[in-house]
Write a protein that binds this ligand. Structure first.
Ligand SMILES: NC(=O)c1ccc[n+]([C@@H]2O[C@H](COP(=O)([O-])OP(=O)(O)OC[C@H]3O[C@@H](n4cnc5c(N)ncnc54)[C@H](OP(=O)(O)O)[C@@H]3O)[C@@H](O)[C@H]2O)c1
Length: 255
């Protein structure tokens, strides 16, 4: 049996790194996508210390040249790709929280470049390789904040959070892209799903999250390793509730 190969974007730290670690522990070769060569090499060194078969790829999702170069390299080295985790993401480039009425369009465009256009660039570049795998899985790391149903339901904890334009709408776009890719690829061996890590303590939120990075990686790992009779075209992951400690376990979230 040939070893499975997974590419994880933004895997040098946070949820992406933990996803690489956990997929690697399952015996999958992990290609650690990092936009900074040194940070990627450092992550690979830490993964190899845990006996993970990890290799670094320098990939900035907003730079198509690095994406196409990565696809060509994977083709040469492996000839196919079993798992793509579109994990790279950002909430704001300016680090400024803003109401929709105060949103900087430059900041919004920069967030969309990474979260939305970057995801499409990487997915389309990797699709020929994914089509050659026996049972490929695409995981788009999204968020419950991109769920319009959760944002607008009075019973959701999200309904009381401050309004914001760029990040939630970018993840709503990720959700729709997931549904549309799943629609296009229905009838193929490729499953496409969106993952909700839950509010996870990483650099992303200055470690204010309530879940560990390992817990945050759970949804991506689950969707990356779905069996052949598993779903395609869903948003799955941590369920945040208004009950008790807010931990509702895992399951399908509304779009
Ligand atoms: N943390 C949460 O509570 C939470 C909740 C829901 C969803 N998410 C999603 O989970 C994913 C991972 O977030 P995280 O919490 O692990 O954040 P993180 O620790 O800040 O990691 C983000 C990763 O994305 C990379 N990245 C950013 N821009 C990139 C680009 N242009 N090209 C390639 N890589 C890029 C970063 O690289 P550098 O190190 O070079 O900056 C880093 O590796 C994101 O999609 C985020 O939206 C997070």
């Amino acid at each position: 049996m040939t070893t499975k190969v997974a590419l994880i974007t933004g895997a040098n730290k946070g949820i992406g790194f933990e996803t690489a670690r956990r997929l690697g522990a399952l015996g999958i070769t992990v290609l650690v996508g990092a936009r900074d060569e040194r940070r990627g090499a450092d992550a690979v060194r830490r993964l190899r210390e845990e006996a993970v078969d990890a290799r670094a790829v320098t990939l900035d999702v907003t730079d198509p040249e690095t994406v196409f170069r990565t696809a060509a390299w994977i083709d040469e080295e492996y000839g196919h790709l079993d798992v793509l985790v579109n994990n790279a993401g950002t909430a704001t480039i300016s680090r400024r929280r803003a109401l929709p009425s105060e949103t900087s369009l430059d900041d919004m465009r920069a967030v969309y470049e990474v979260n939305v256009f970057g995801l499409v660039t990487v997915t389309n570049a990797m699709l020929p390789l994914l089509r050659r795998a026996p049972a490929a899985r695409i995981v788009n790391v999204s968020s419950e904040v991109g769920s319009i149903a959760s944002q607008t339901a009075a019973t959701s904890p999200l309904s009381t959070m401050p309004a914001s334009a760029q990040y939630p709408s970018s993840k709503a776009a990720v959700n729709m892209l997931t549904a549309q890719y799943a629609k296009e690829l229905a009838g193929t061996r490729i499953k496409v799903n969106a993952a909700n890590p839950g509010f996870t303590a990483t650099d992303f939120n200055d470690h204010r999250g309530i879940r560990t990075a390992e817990q945050g990686a759970e949804a991506s790992v689950h969707l990356a390793t779905l069996p052949d009779d598993g779903p395609s075209g869903i948003l799955w992951g941590h369920l945040w509730t208004t009950e008790g400690d807010g931990d509702g376990g895992y399951g399908v979230l509304p779009w």
